[in-house]
Design a binder for this molecule. Structure first.
Ligand SMILES: [Zn+2]
Length: 252
C-alpha cells in the first residue's frame, strides 16, 4: 500500500449512535461494492488493519438501501447489520445507493459512474478497491465497470483527488465462479498481511449481517474464510493475507 502522511478528521461511531472525531494521519481508502457484505468478504481484514493504523476507510454500497433488496426483512435490520459490521472494522463513512439488487444490468452505466464519482469526491479517496470484472455476479461486473470509469475523475475534473491505486478484490462465493473463460480471471498480485486478529474481526464483522454466514464447506463459512486467508498468506510468505489484483498504480 502506498503511504502518505497528512491530517484528516476521522469519525468513530459508537454503539449508542454518537460520533466522535479525532485527528489521525493516513491515506484515504474507498471500497466500492454492489451489496452490503461484499466489502467485508473482499477486504474486511485489510479494512480493519488500515483503520487500526489510522487510515481513513470508507465504503460505498451501490445497492445499500433496503427497498432495493427484496429479501431483506426491514430497513432497521439492514441498517443495524451494516452499522455494527462496519463499526467492528473501524470504517469512517458508509455511502449507500438505492440501485436495484441484481438489476444493475438495466441501470444506465452513467448513473452508476456518477454515484461512484460522488463517493470519491466526498471521501477524497486515493486508493480504491472494487469487484473483479470477471465475477459471476452481474451486479459485481457492472460495479467494476462503472468504478473503472469513475476513478479517472481526477483526469476529467480539476481539483479532484488524484487516484494512487485501483485494486480488484476477490469475493468468496462469487469471484471463484468466473465461468466465462473468455474473460481474464482474478489473478492476485498484491498481498496484504493482516494477521490472525484481523481475519477473526473480518469473520465477526461478516456475522453481523443476518443470513450471510453458512456452514462449512460453503465459501462464506468461517473455515473457508480463514483457510483462504491462510492460503493467500502462504502464497506470499505471510501470516494470513487478503489478496488483490492491482490494476493501476501511480507513484510509490
Ligand atoms: Zn454482492
Amino acid at each position: 500500500m502506498p503511504s502518505l502522511k497528512y491530517s484528516i478528521r476521522k469519525r468513530y461511531k459508537f454503539s449508542n449512535g454518537y460520533f466522535k472525531s479525532r485527528e489521525v494521519f493516513g491515506m484515504k481508502y474507498l471500497i466500492v461494492v454492489a451489496h452490503p457484505d461484499d466489502e467485508v468478504l473482499g477486504a474486511g481484514a485489510t479494512m480493519y488493519k488500515l483503520a487500526q493504523e489510522g487510515h481513513s476507510v470508507n465504503v460505498c454500497i451501490l445497492s445499500g438501501e433496503v427497498h432495493a433488496r427484496n429479501y431483506r426483512p426491514t430497513t432497521d435490520e439492514l441498517n443495524e447489520d451494516v452499522n455494527s459490521s462496519l463499526n467492528i472494522l473501524g470504517v469512517d463513512q458508509v455511502i449507500k445507493g438505492d440501485f436495484p439488487n441484481i438489476e444493475f444490468n438495466i441501470v444506465p452505466h452513467l448513473k452508476l459512474v456518477q454515484f461512484i464519482e460522488k463517493a470519491i469526491v466526498e471521501t477524497n479517496a486515493q486508493v480504491i478497491f472494487t469487484h473483479h470484472p470477471a465475477d459471476l455476479n452481474n451486479d459485481h461486473l457492472h460495479t467494476s465497470l462503472a468504478c473503472q470509469a469513475a476513478v479517472r475523475l481526477f483526469q476529467r475534473r480539476a481539483g479532484a483527488t488524484p487516484l494512487k491505486e485501483l485494486l480488484f478484490m476477490e469475493v468468496p462465493s462469487a469471484t471463484e465462479w468466473a465461468l466465462n473463460k473468455s474473460m481474464n480471471q482474478f489473478s492476485p498480485n498484491t498481498f496484504v498481511e493482516v494477521g490472525e486478529e484481523a481475519v477473526d474481526k473480518k469473520i465477526e464483522a461478516l456475522a453481523q449481517y443476518r443470513g450471510v454466514m453458512r456452514d462449512y464447506p460453503h465459501p462464506r463459512s468461517k473455515e473457508v474464510l480463514k483457510g483462504l486467508a491462510a492460503y493467500r498468506g502462504g502464497q506470499a510468505g505471510m501470516i494470513y493475507a487478503e489478496a488483490f489484483e492491482s490494476v493501476f498504480r501511480r507513484g510509490f
